[in-house]
Design a protein around this ligand. Structure first.
Ligand code: GDP
Length: 301
C-alpha cells in the first residue's frame, strides 16, 4: 500500500509552507496568530478545532517561552496529532466469521468515488489473500453496475449484479451475500446508490438494503465515502447518511486534489466516526489506510 505521507506530499497537499512562513516571522504577534488561524480554517479544519489549536499553541508559546519557528512548528505538529487523535481504532472489520463472510456496505452520494473505492479496496483485500465478492446494489444507473463489474474483473473478483435496469437494490445485495455465504468467501462488499436529492427515498432504500442483508449476515462495516474537495458540503451529506445507517468508518477520497485535508478533523468531530481510508487518485493502487502522524506530517510539509 502506498505510504500516505509520500503520496500526499507529492500531491502538494500541504498547508505547511504558509504556516512555516508565518512562524518564521520575527515576532509571533496577534496578526501572525490571526493568519495562522485563517490558514487552518482555509484547510477546512473547522472553527472550533482551529480555535482550540491556536489557543493551545499560544498557551504553550507563553509557558514554554519559545519563539523559535522550528519549536513552534513541532508544537503545532503535536497539537494537530492530538486533534486528529492517534488513539482511534481505524482497523477495518474484514475478517471472515466462523460460518459466513464479513459484509461491508459502501454508501455515499453519487460522484464521490464510491465505486472506485470498492474496486481499490477489493484489490487491497485480494492482495491480503482474501476471497471477495462484489454486489452492485446501485441499480439506478445502468452504467454503475457495469463500472463495478469492470473493477471486479480488473482486480479478479466476481460481481453479483442484476441484468434488469432499476432492479431492487436490496435483492441484489441479498444475492451477493447469499453467493458469498455459499462460496465461503471472506468478504462481500456491496456498492449502493446515492441520490441525495431524494432523501426519503434514499433512507428507505439504504435501510432496506441493510435489513435484507441482515436476514443472512451481520453488516460488519458501513463505509461512508466522502469527497474531500467538497468541504462542509461533505459534512452535511455525512449527517444525512448517519441518520439512516450506523456508519463505522469514513473513506475520504480525492485528497490528492485538495489542500483541505483539515476536513478529517471536522468530520471525526461532528460524526464521532474515524477516517479509515483515503483516496489519493483514480488508479487501482491509490487507496491508503489513514495514519495520523503521516497525515499531519504531510499537512505540515
Ligand atoms: P461514485 O458515483 O461515487 O461511485 O463515484 P466513482 O467511483 O464513479 O468516481 C467518480 C470520479 O471520481 C471518477 O472519475 C473517479 O475516477 C474519480 N475518483 C475516485 N476516487 C478518486 C480519488 O481518490 N482521487 C481522484 N483524483 N479521483 C478519484
Amino acid at each position: 500500500l502506498a505510504r500516505l505521507r509520500a503520496r500526499l506530499v507529492k500531491s502538494n497537499n500541504a498547508l505547511g509552507k504558509g504556516l512555516l512562513a508565518l512562524l518564521a516571522s520575527d515576532k509571533i504577534d496577534d496578526d501572525v496568530w490571526d493568519e495562522i488561524e485563517e490558514t487552518l480554517l482555509l484547510a477546512d479544519l473547522g472553527t472550533e478545532p482551529t480555535l482550540e489549536l491556536v489557543d493551545a499553541l499560544k498557551e504553550r508559546v507563553k509557558v514554554e517561552g519559545s519563539r523559535n519557528p522550528e519549536q513552534v512548528k513541532a508544537m503545532l505538529r503535536e497539537e494537530l496529532i492530538k486533534l486528529v487523535d492517534p488513539s482511534i481504532d481505524r482497523s477495518l472489520a474484514v475478517m471472515r466469521h466462523a460460518d459466513r463472510p464479513a459484509v461491508v456496505l459502501v454508501v455515499g452520494v453519487n460522484g464521490v468515488g464510491k465505486t472506485t473505492t470498492v474496486g481499490k479496496l477489493a484489490r487491497v483485500l485480494v492482495a491480503e489473500d482474501k476471497d471477495v465478492i462484489l454486489g452492485a446494489a446501485d441499480t439506478f444507473r445502468a452504467a454503475a453496475a457495469e463500472q463495478l463489474a469492470t473493477w471486479g474483473s480488473r482486480v479478479g473478483v466476481p460481481t453479483v449484479k442484476s441484468d434488469v435496469d432499476g432492479a431492487d437494490p436490496a435483492s441484489v445485495a441479498f444475492e451477493a451475500v447469499k453467493a458469498g455465504i455459499e462460496q465461503e468467501v471472506d468478504v462481500v462488499m456491496v456498492d449502493t446508490a446515492g441520490r441525495l436529492q431524494n432523501k426519503v427515498g434514499l433512507m428507505d432504500e439504504l435501510g432496506k438494503v441493510k435489513r435484507v442483508i441482515e436476514k443472512q449476515a451481520t453488516v460488519d462495516e458501513v463505509l461512508l465515502v466522502l469527497d474531500a474537495t467538497t468541504g462542509q458540503n461533505g459534512l452535511n451529506q455525512a449527517k444525512v447518511f448517519a441518520e439512516v445507517v450506523n456508519i463505522t468508518g469514513i473513506v475520504l477520497t480525492k485528497l490528492d486534489g485538495t489542500a483541505k485535508g483539515g476536513i478529517v478533523v471536522a468530520i471525526q468531530r461532528s460524526l464521532g466516526v474515524p477516517v479509515k481510508l483515503v483516496g489519493l487518485g483514480e488508479g487501482a493502487d491509490d487507496l491508503a489506510p489513514f495514519e495520523t502522524e503521516d497525515f499531519v506530517d504531510a499537512l505540515l510539509n
